[in-house]
Design a protein around this ligand. Structure first.
Ligand code: XIL
Length: 363
């Protein structure tokens, strides 16, 4: 009985090929798994609702490869509330409806962010009482609207200074633009209060603190971990840490591993929330994709994914989200003002070596 069963199983795995002279046994290619099928945790993409609507291969890639989606900009304050008291939720609602119909999780991004995409009307508020109540109202309104539709929120994005290991107090960014100086106006503990407001609005949503650069900035990493542990001690409702992980093929592996390990030691959910791996960190004008660079990118994707899978306990694995779907629509070239190709899918939605790196990291 056992023998027969094994033979039947074998018949499904091999093909008998008669090449004329003699018969040979050939193992057909293993059926290719998508990232979503291969991963024991959610796989996400940051998406633009317009591309989901109008770009069929983009939409198809998301449907096949992802189990989670994040809006790249559609749920940011500047889009949701371009003017005080006005809430435009239609585009986000349509995206959420797409996610629901495709049975994908939605991760909300983001409620409070100091940077340029905060709407101008909000950035102009200087009075602390006014700003506090405005943000409270925003979080209450938006959190309540999306309650039950989003699984989670990045409550505060990028609040920690790059070098000082403290809450940002700067008023200018590197290109001299005035930023939304929320840390200076509201004081260091504003982050905790934003979590309390978000929890009140949607008590079931998992609430994340999200930031970048933990892999190369030890002071920043410690400040974030200390803040998370302090929140836990004080009963501030934080459930997870988002590591954006906008890195490059040259980012040292030790730093990546250290950031993931130290973050996971908080016991919170860990989301690699915005992964992409640049191949042209030097912004070379004559950048060209070479097999060597693609191979380095393969190695780095494999390292990030395998390290996450190995180090983060299964119960803390919130998932890995890629910041974009394909190299043609990735935000990186616009951001670095340079040529690059940082994602696992090329501009024609072909799978790069990086895609295989992601899959191999999951093994
Ligand atoms: C980026 C979007 O991808 C761009 O389209 C937009 O112009 C700027 O914001 N960190 C974050 C994301 O938390 O929200 C940023 O997304 C990328 C860096």
């Amino acid at each position: 009985m056992k023998f027969l069963f094994t033979l039947a199983g074998l018949a499904g795995l091999i093909q008998l090929v008669d090449n004329g002279a003699h018969c040979i046994l050939v193992a057909p290619d293993a059926p290719s798994q998508t990232l979503a099928e291969a991963a024991p945790f959610p796989i996400g993409f940051a998406v633009s609702p317009a591309s989901i609507k109008s770009n069929a291969p983009y939409r198809q890639t998301v449907i096949q490869e992802a189990t989670s989606i994040t809006a790249d900009v559609a749920m940011k304050p500047s889009r949701i509330s371009p003017q005080k008291g006005i809430y435009n939720v239609d585009v986000a609602d349509q995206l959420i409806e797409f996610a629901r119909s495709q049975k994908k999780r939605v991760h909300g991004h983001t409620l409070v962010w100091y940077i340029d995409t905060s709407p101008n009307w909000l950035k102009q508020i200087r009075d602390s009482t006014d700003l506090e109540s405005t943000l409270q109202t925003y979080i209450q309104t938006v959190g309540t609207h999306f309650k039950g539709k989003v699984a989670s929120w990045d409550v505060v994005n990028e609040a920690v200074d790059n070098n000082r290991g403290a809450i940002r107090k700067d008023s200018l960014n590197t290109v001299g633009k005035t930023l939304f100086n929320v840390g200076k106006i509201l004081g260091d503990d504003y982050v905790a209060r934003m979590f309390q407001y978000a929890h009140k609005a949607d008590p079931n949503a998992r609430l994340f603190y999200n930031d970048y650069g933990q892999e190369t900035r030890p002071a920043k990493l410690s400040a974030i971990v200390n803040m998370a542990n302090d929140f836990k001690r004080r009963g501030i409702p934080i459930h997870g840490l988002g590591l954006q992980m906008h890195i490059s093929i040259d980012t040292p592996n030790e730093g990546i591993e250290n950031a993931i390990r130290k973050s996971a030691e908080t016991g919170l959910l860990i989301h690699i929330s915005e992964l992409d791996i640049a191949m042209n960190p030097g912004k070379k004008k004559d950048f060209a994709e070479t097999p060597e660079l693609l191979e380095k990118q393969y190695q780095k994707y494999k390292f990030v994914v395998s390290t996450y899978k190995k180090i983060v306990p299964a119960s803390q694995q919130f998932g890995i989200t890629l910041w974009g779907v394909d190299d043609g629509t990735s935000w990186i070239p616009g951001f670095c003002q340079c040529l690059d190709a940082a994602l696992p899918f090329d501009a024609n939605f072909g799978k790069k070596r990086a895609y295989q790196g992601f899959l191999d990291g999951l093994k």
